[in-house]
Design a protein around this ligand. Structure first.
Ligand SMILES: [Zn+2]
Length: 275
């Protein structure tokens, strides 16, 4: 009984540590005001290592299939838009200046795009050509994906999974159940990478993405049209939408944040015109 109580003390200590040392926000609040505190007990390096391995494998796979950056004009267009957004990412995170950003186009019918931890981006032709995206719409999708990386949503999901597993493990040893702890981090990484982002995280990505595109001089009102286009594809919902159960709420939320980013867009446009 005494050891059970001391184990409980240890649990309490670990939880306190996790919340004081690990709870912070990865980004500055910006005009859209995203400032939710995050549980981050897995290191950035850990999350980035996982992303880098995954990204290298994906690039290799599609390159071998002749499906990587097939159309140089399209690659150039998408990379130019990405560059504009990346320049604005420092508003939320000055350290992104040192990120090793990458943008690659994958020839695939899939309607998909992502930005993995540390700035490793992919955008699929099923999205670009299939939905005939305009520059503004490409900026909206990429801004959203970049925002996930700035907020380190994957690292956060890994941390949440790890916290749960550590909790379970300590509980099971307190109850004298013999369970190995060697694979805790591995399990957490697996869970963090495979679970879809929560609605809250999607909303944050929408808001920050909106500000990134506005600051880069892309009309943020077109963020609405791209999600509408995706919703109208029919059949099974595209992956980008499937994690978000209520598209109408999403559009309402985007529209509610337009007033705070439209002045940034007007300002960016004026500056472009002056050059
Ligand atoms: Zn998302």
């Amino acid at each position: 009984m005494a050891s059970f109580i001391s184990n409980l003390r240890i649990v309490a200590l670990i939880i306190t540590l996790a919340f004081t040392a690990g709870c912070t926000s990865t980004t500055q609040r910006g005009a859209v005001g995203v400032e939710r505190k995050q549980l981050l007990i897995v290191s950035s390096q850990e999350a980035e290592r996982g992303a880098a391995t995954f990204y290298a494998q994906e690039k290799d796979k599609y390159a071998k299939a002749g499906a990587l950056n097939v159309n140089p004009r399209q690659t150039g267009r998408v990379r130019a838009i990405a560059l504009g957004l990346i320049e604005q990412a420092t508003v939320f995170r000055p350290d992104t200046r040192h990120w090793k950003w990458e943008v690659n186009i994958i020839t695939s019918k899939e309607i998909n795009a992502y930005c993995a931890a540390g700035g490793k981006m992919a955008i699929y032709t099923g999205l670009l050509d299939g939905l005939k995206l305009t520059d503004n719409e490409i900026a909206a999708v990429m801004g959203h994906e970049i925002a996930h990386a700035l907020r380190e949503h994957t690292r956060e999901a890994m941390s949440q999974a790890l916290a749960e597993q550590v909790g379970l493990n300590i509980l099971s040893s307190a109850l004298k159940l013999d369970q190995s702890s060697a694979s805790l981090l591995g399990n957490a990484a697996q869970i963090g990478l495979t679970l879809p982002f929560s609605r809250e995280k999607e909303r944050e990505a929408d808001r920050i993405g909106l500000e990134l595109m506005a600051r880069a001089g892309y009309d943020p009102r077109d963020a609405v049209s791209v999600w509408r286009k995706m919703m109208s594809t029919g059949g099974s919902p595209p992956e980008l939408l499937s994690t978000h159960p209520d598209p109408t709420n999403r559009i309402n939320d985007i529209e509610a944040h337009l007033p705070s980013v439209l002045p940034l867009y007007e300002n960016a446009r004026r500056q472009k015109a002056a050059h």
